[in-house]
Design a protein around this ligand. Structure first.
Ligand code: AMP
Ligand code: MG
Length: 462
């Protein structure tokens, strides 16, 4: 209580199930057949609350592109409730686009079909890539036209599942109000939910901060290793759970570039590909500020303890990144010099128009003895690549592993298929015109991203 407003979804003219994630419904112990029709459409627009549910809009604050808003909150979203899934895990069922709430400010509370399906697709792609993420349970159309700068759009609601919707901004909401009692309640709630082994322990708030830092270091390292650019890493879009949340202007790299940025609203490149670890640390510092009073009653000690956690983030991040990139390179053992070797590969790609995803698949081909596909990706392979390959072959030569075995392991971590921007756009445009076939085809390919599929070559191309 005090962290939300009880609320319900808008009545909409023609709720209709467009896409139900049957596998996820089953994982949640839901009756997919019952949800596939009108009943599902009513529940997932927010018009009919499930029996026993008391839907609510959550309060949160947040730094958006560096500027603080003390009150954001679910302005177009509702938490329908929680479910215990088949594995005993507690998960949030949340709607996005279900209408105005007390937190809407100037917004209409609605969502357009294109962005709803985009979140569906990219979230499912991330899940299949093994990256922690919220997931789409359903996309429902509302039969309503909504108004956006680009014109009238079909309205839709996304039902999504998260291990929770607690964000850095959830803490900032109470910190901004100086409400220490609520901050402690929230922190204890978050600990009970995400770090139950810390419940009641002395020093738990500092440990909690460390856990969030570990989860975010691991998450952002996975983003960077897969070539993902979130695009809006505001503190209200950074979870406590370590799941990726809120797929807006996100994208996967084509050519490798630390400066890559796909969001038209991110003019400064604040959330550019290579700046994501820095921004994660910045956001964690904002969380740390909220927790200071709980970490230690002595201000100076609290600051020193929290600062040590934040200062350690780059080390955590680098270790997580290095673990991931070793797998990408097919390195079995940890050896000194691997960091330089991994960075060296990225350096070869800079300014050479090299497709990041294809480069790692082509490297596996090189391991099998054919360097042509890799060399063909470069404007000028003789510049740096050839020298780097010599060092790489020397390094893998130190390990007893067959080329076939190594290439297979590399291809199990380096995807062949990612949600290519042009394919995503094509699928969304067709869906907006009433044809879901390209969406379904793309979703199917993205569900097994590491395995070559028949007639799917175009999905692997930039
Ligand atoms: P986001 O950029 O999606 O992370 O949202 C940032 C904030 O803006 C959140 O508080 C949202 O609830 C709110 N918001 C975004 N779009 C709308 C909308 N169409 N109507 C009301 N609130 C919105
Ligand atoms: Mg958000």
């Amino acid at each position: 209580s005090g962290a939300y407003a009880q609320w319900q979804g808008d009545k909409v003219p023609a709720p209709q199930m467009l896409k139900l994630n049957v596998a996820l419904a089953e994982e949640l112990g839901l009756d997919a057949d019952a949800l596939a029709g009108e009943a599902g459409a009513l529940v997932f627009t927010g018009m009919r609350a499930p029996t026993g549910a008391a839907p609510l809009a959550m309060a949160y604050a947040g730094h958006q592109f560096g500027g603080f808003s003390p009150q954001l909150g679910d302005g177009r979203a509702l938490l329908l409730g929680e479910l215990i899934d088949r594995f005993g895990r507690r998960r949030d069922l949340h709607l996005k686009g279900s209408g105005r709430t007390p937190f809407s400010r100037g917004g209409d509370g609605k969502a357009a079909l294109g962005p709803v399906l985009r979140e569906y697709l990219i979230g499912e792609a991330m899940h299949a890539l093994g990256i922690p993420t919220t997931r789409a349970l359903a996309a429902v159309t509302t039969g309503e036209k909504i108004h956006r700068e680009t014109g009238a759009k079909d309205g839709a609601v996304l039902a999504r599942i998260a291990s929770s919707h607690l964000r850095v901004g959830s803490f900032q909401f109470f910190a901004a109000r100086g409400d220490t009692e609520m901050l402690q309640k929230l922190a204890d709630y978050a600990i009970a939910r995400h770090d139950p082994d810390l419940v009641g322990r002395e020093g738990r708030y500092l440990s909690f901060l460390k856990r969030v830092a570990e989860r975010q270091a691991s998450l952002v390292a996975q983003w960077v290793n897969i070539g993902f650019v979130h695009g809006v890493m505001n503190t209200d879009n950074m979870t406590i759970s370590g799941e990726t949340i809120d797929y807006g202007p996100c994208a996967f790299l084509d050519s490798y570039s630390p400066k890559a940025s796909f969001s038209s609203i991110d003019q400064q490149g604040r959330y550019a590909y290579g700046n994501q670890p820095n921004m994660a640390a910045w956001n964690l510092a904002r969380l740390a500020e909220c927790l200071l009073g709980l970490i230690n009653a002595d201000d100076d000690k609290a600051i020193a303890e929290a600062t040590a956690v934040i200062n350690n983030f780059p080390t955590l991040y680098q270790a997580a990144w290095l673990t991931g990139v070793r797998q990408k390179l097919g390195l079995l053992q940890d050896k000194e010099g691997d960091l330089a070797l991994a960075n060296g590969f990225l350096m070869t790609m800079q300014g050479q128009n090299v497709d990041y995803t294809q480069a790692f698949r082509a490297l596996a081909e090189a391991v099998l003895g054919n360097t042509s596909p890799l060399r063909a990706l470069y404007d000028d392979p003789s510049k740096e690549l050839d020298g780097w390959l010599a060092a790489y072959f020397a390094r893998i030569g130190e390990e007893a592993q067959t080329p076939q075995g190594r290439a297979a392991e590399m291809n199990a971590t380096n995807p062949l298929y990612i949600p290519r921007n042009h394919k995503v756009e094509e699928a969304l445009q067709a869906a907006e015109a009433g044809d879901m076939a390209p969406f379904e085809a793309l979703l199917k390919v993205l569900q097994t991203p590491f395995t070559e599929q028949p007639n799917a070559e175009s999905y692997s191309l930039a």
